[in-house]
Design a protein around this ligand. Structure first.
Ligand SMILES: *Cc1c(COP(=O)(O)O)cnc(C)c1O
Length: 390
């Protein structure tokens, strides 16, 4: 279907932070399949773990115990606020699970009138009917009316507007700790703490959508860990399987009991093959020093990027984000920057508001950063050059 406007290139294989196209041309992959290939391409431990599982068992359905699921759930519970995990196949489904949980939670507590969710301008939560309603973007909703009911949008970062939007019908607040598609915009810690406080005061569930900013991207396993407060529910996906489609919705016991037996489900969710991939990802990410290393290399890179921004103030307005979730807000057309980077042999991703997203694999090394900086410098001077000649 004509759903995507694709770049006309086909990749044949990947190796670490590099992708190779069908002509053998090498690209530095700082798109990572939109923050999915968190450990780069063909990480030997992932390849080996999935290869082993492929020869044993792929799928049994959730009619039976799945030991890989129990193992992964326990590991996620051990390292987060959560007590309970539901497995799904995509970010949208994990968000959908969180929304259903919020409604059912209040219904179970005798408050079926509490179904509305406060969400934020510029948000992105997926492409199903309910998640486009949660995102609230005109361009995602256009043509798909009637919209799923029950979402109230307020400006991202404005606690006053959130407080003003809370009514006796409010069930949950849904927020990305760092907006991804919306332009790599981090919520400040004070704002998130304010949301937690408001949620506690009003008996509202707080949902952090960490589908993009989670799984080590910011140098902690989850972005909210930088703030010292915790959500009640957290959908995750993208980096979780390192390229294998798998998602999860994490929740406190209090929230999770709402999804009692038979109330929700998935045929494919958490099948043995996806669990082998996700468990292998956690083997690497939870190994001592891994996340510290992400934080360390990100800090070094940020310095270089901020230097670049001050060298090219006519091209770059701002560097923003956290860790290895980086947005370059361009003064000029971001599509031009993306195509200059591409011509230089580097992949990046666009975002709302003239932003170029740099989302390298978390295994990126200093030599790759130097290589990226060379390509970035060249792109900036090309943009200036072309502007002069225009
Ligand atoms: C990508 C994304 C989703 C949707 O994930 P899919 O796997 O595409 O359904 C939801 N929320 C956020 C924050 C995302 O970045």
């Amino acid at each position: 279907m004509p759903t995507y406007s694709r770049v006309d290139i086909s990749f044949e294989r990947g190796e670490g932070v590099y992708l190779f196209d069908t002509t053998g041309q090498r690209y530095l992959d700082f798109a990572s399949g939109i923050a999915v290939n968190a450990l780069g391409h063909c990480h030997p431990h992932l390849v080996e773990s999935v290869r082993k599982q492929v020869g044993k068992l792929w799928h049994t359905s959730n009619l039976y115990n799945i030991p890989g699921q129990q193992k992964l759930a326990k590991r996620l519970v051990d390292v987060t606020f959560a007590d309970s995990v539901f497995f799904a196949n995509s970010g949208s489904e994990a968000v959908e699970c969180s929304l259903k949980m919020a409604r059912k939670y209040h219904d179970d507590n005798g408050n079926p009138q509490r179904y509305r969710v406060i969400a934020f301008d510029n948000a992105f939560h997926g492409r199903t009917l309910s998640t486009i309603a949660a995102g609230g973007q005109e361009k995602s909703l256009a043509g798909f009316a009637p919209n799923v009911k029950g979402f109230d949008h307020v400006p991202f970062g404005s606690l006053g507007d959130v407080l003003g939007a809370i009514t006796i019908e409010t069930a949950a607040i849904l927020v990305e700790p760092i907006q991804g598609e919306g332009g790599i915009r981090p919520a400040d810690a004070e704002f998130l703490r304010g949301l937690r406080k408001a949620a506690d005061e009003h008996g509202i569930l707080l949902i952090f959508d960490e589908v993009q900013c989670g799984m080590g991207r910011t140098g902690k396993l989850f972005a909210h860990e930088w703030t010292g407060i915790f959500p009640d529910i957290m959908p995750i996906a993208k980096g979780l399987g390192g390229g294998f489609p798998v998602a999860a919705c994490l929740a406190t016991e209090n929230a999770a009991t709402a999804l009692s037996a038979g109330s929700h489900g998935s045929t494919f969710g958490g099948n043995p093959l996806s669990m082998a991939a996700a468990n292998a990802v956690l083997d690497i990410m939870l190994a001592p020093g891994f996340l510290e290393n992400v934080d360390e290399i990100a800090k070094k890179w940020w310095e270089l990027l901020c230097d670049l921004a001050s060298t090219y103030p006519g091209v770059i307005e701002e560097i923003r984000g956290s860790g290895l979730m980086i947005g370059i807000k361009c003064k000029t057309d971001s599509a031009k920057m993306i195509s200059c980077l591409f011509d230089g042999g580097m992949l990046s991703v666009g975002a709302v508001g003239n932003v170029v997203r740099l989302l390298p694999p978390l295994t990126v090394e200093e030599s790759h950063i130097s290589e990226a900086m060379k390509i970035l410098r060249k792109a900036c001077s090309k943009i200036i050059e072309d502007a002069k000649n225009a």
